[in-house]
Design a protein around this ligand. Structure first.
Ligand code: AMP
Ligand code: GLY
Length: 423
């Protein structure tokens, strides 16, 4: 069969790497892909901001299955369009992807369906923000309603700061239209957990959990990023807590979406805070996480194609995945300056040597390839990912590889999974 993957980051490289192991795939195309993806699949140009561009590519390729990496094509309605044309595609419709597209929609949905989440207020004006702030303690979280590429969440230490951040968002100066509405939220304390499930609109099948590291610096310091590293182990989420999350979060979400006439198919990413009062939903994404997908798929021992097809064909079941008991970790190497401004076009060395380390795979995020040489082309450049029977060995292998790989200005956190290793 012919499979098309949309996207060109580390998450899509991991998807391509895993899909390529399926004996059922005869042709694998990734659009637009990147320098490293080009070694594992055919790459084709496409503008993922344009539904026309995606449709014309698919019309030419006639894929038997399309997998969508980033949220943008989903919010443009790529699943609706492909489904109308009878082209099998994995993911939610445009209206179901509102769970990610609008934080106010997600919060009201959670409230309607009694799913645990932080206290919140939705505000459309500075006046509303000022009066709502009376009901919050500090710190208080200020969120832009729409998609803001990780820049739409600020933890304000004082009410004055919260009001001024909210005013900046509402004015359009901070994150454009995404800030036309803001959500104030109670600040939760605890460990974050990324819990992903596949759904066919009715049933759910859990993936193994992962923990992301969102801040750019060691010890969770500095600005938020798309994610600087993630790990996954069997002990991160035990069976009892997994069942609780299935029964109190994942299944109620899928049932609630169906009851509201916006059936959710695809992968549902539940971003959770494990608080003293129990797990609470921070956010939903209607796609795979990046970098969580890299360590998660490293632990998958079964065929991913089957799980995608089960979702599309309405027969998702827990048996769709077979997981290894190994641990895995992904360390993101980024360009100096990320998540702020950075220079691209730096030559990357040491990839061949790193590839010889046992259990290791370097997923490319922002790279291009010219004359057999890789260059940096984005903020997050590589996801150095390792699998091993225990987390300590996986972490050791991944850092060994990071030390081997070099490019000008390279940055990576030195403490990915460090807290888990201490426990
Ligand atoms: P979100 O895009 O909603 O996931 O927010 C991005 C990050 O901000 C999360 O991964 C958390 O680290 C943090 N965050 C969001 N909401 C809260 C909250 N209510 N309390 C504490 N931290 C939060
Ligand atoms: N790593 C967080 C995300 O994919 O949204």
């Amino acid at each position: 069969m012919k499979v098309l993957v949309l996207g060109g980051g580390g998450r899509e490289h991991a998807l391509v790497w895993k899909l390529r192991q399926s004996p059922r795939i005869t042709q694998l195309v990734c659009a637009p892909g990147n320098g490293g993806i080009a070694d594992d699949a055919e790459v084709a140009p496409a503008d993922l901001k344009s539904l026309d561009s995606i449709v014309s590519l698919a019309n030419r390729l006639q894929p038997d299955l399309t997998v969508v990496g980033p949220e943008l094509p989903l919010t443009l309605g790529v699943v609706d369009e492909f489904t109308r044309r009878g082209w099998p595609i994995f993911g939610p419709t445009q209206s179901a992807s509102r769970l990610e597209l609008s934080k106010s929609f997600a919060k009201e949905f959670l409230q309607r369906h009694h799913i645990p989440t932080a206290h919140f207020a939705i505000c459309d004006s500075v006046d509303q923000v000022r009066s709502a702030l009376g009901h919050f303690h500090t710190p208080v979280v200020v969120k832009a309603d729409g998609l803001a590429a990780g820049k739409g969440v600020v933890i304000a230490r004082s009410k004055e700061e919260a009001a001024s951040v909210a005013a900046e968002m509402l004015s359009g100066r901070m994150v454009g239209d995404a800030g036309a509405r803001v959500v104030l939220e109670e600040c939760l304390q605890g460990d974050e957990l990324s819990f992903l499930v596949f759904s066919d609109g009715e049933r759910v099948a859990p993936l193994v959990a992962a923990q992301d590291h969102k801040r750019v610096g060691d010890g969770d310091t500095g600005p938020n990023t798309g994610g600087m590293g993630a790990y996954s182990t069997p002990v991160l989420l035990d069976d009892g807590m997994r069942d609780w999350l299935l029964n109190h979060v994942a299944r109620p979400v899928v049932a609630g979406m169906k009851a509201e006439g916006t059936e959710f198919k695809g992968v549902l990413y539940c971003g959770l805070m494990m608080t003293a009062r129990g797990p609470m939903v921070l956010e939903f994404n209607c796609r795979f996480g990046d970098p969580e997908t890299q360590p998660i798929l490293m632990r998958l021992d079964s065929d991913l194609v089957e799980a995608f097809e089960a979702s599309i064909q309405g027969r998702t079941s827990e048996g769709d995945f077979r997981w290894s008991q190994d641990a895995s970790v992904c360390i993101v190497m980024s360009s100096g300056g990320y998540p702020g401004t950075f220079e691209a076009g730096k030559r990357i060395d040491g990839l061949d040597e790193a590839a010889r380390i046992e259990g290791l795979k370097v997923f490319h995020a922002g790279t291009s390839k010219r004359d057999g040489v890789y260059y940096t082309s984005g903020g997050r450049v590589l996801g150095v990912t390792a699998r091993a029977p225990d987390l300590q060995t996986a972490v050791k292998r991944a850092y060994e590889a990071c030390n081997t790989i070099s490019f000008e200005g390279a940055h990576y956190r030195k403490d990915i999974a460090a807290r888990a290793l201490k426990r």
